[in-house]
Design a protein around this ligand. Sequence first.
Ligand SMILES: [Zn+2]
Ligand SMILES: [Zn+2]
Length: 138
Amino acid sequence: MKTLQVRCRCGGVEMAISGEPLVQMYCHCDDCQAVHGGAYVPESVYPAEAVKVVRGEPLTWKLKRSPRVTCRECGTRLFIEVLPLKLRGVNGYLLPPGEFNATFHMQCQFAVRPVRDELPHYKSRPARFGGTDETVDW
Ligand SMILES: [Zn+2]
Ligand SMILES: [Zn+2]
């Protein structure tokens, strides 16, 4: 099985990710905005057991809704714990080049500005991830 080694910016924390992602997307939710200080965030989602911290002891903290795992030294946001679905969403910008290919935008109800591209733009989440499949008009 394919394994990716992914590190925070200072290298103090390393993760091993096994297998292919379940999905890759951009999340515009207010929780991601607050945690990352950005308009939206690339996420590569795996079953929780496929993402393991193999070096370092990152901090787990919560700002609004979901626990986030972060390097104590450099502050890199490593992944989000999606506890009800037993998933971990690794920050897509940490993956090696070519490994992040989003297939949709979600939580566009919170979007700071429209991001017009060829991908679907879901108002909340797609139905297969507990949403409604409703899209926004951009
Ligand atoms: Zn670090
Ligand atoms: Zn989000």
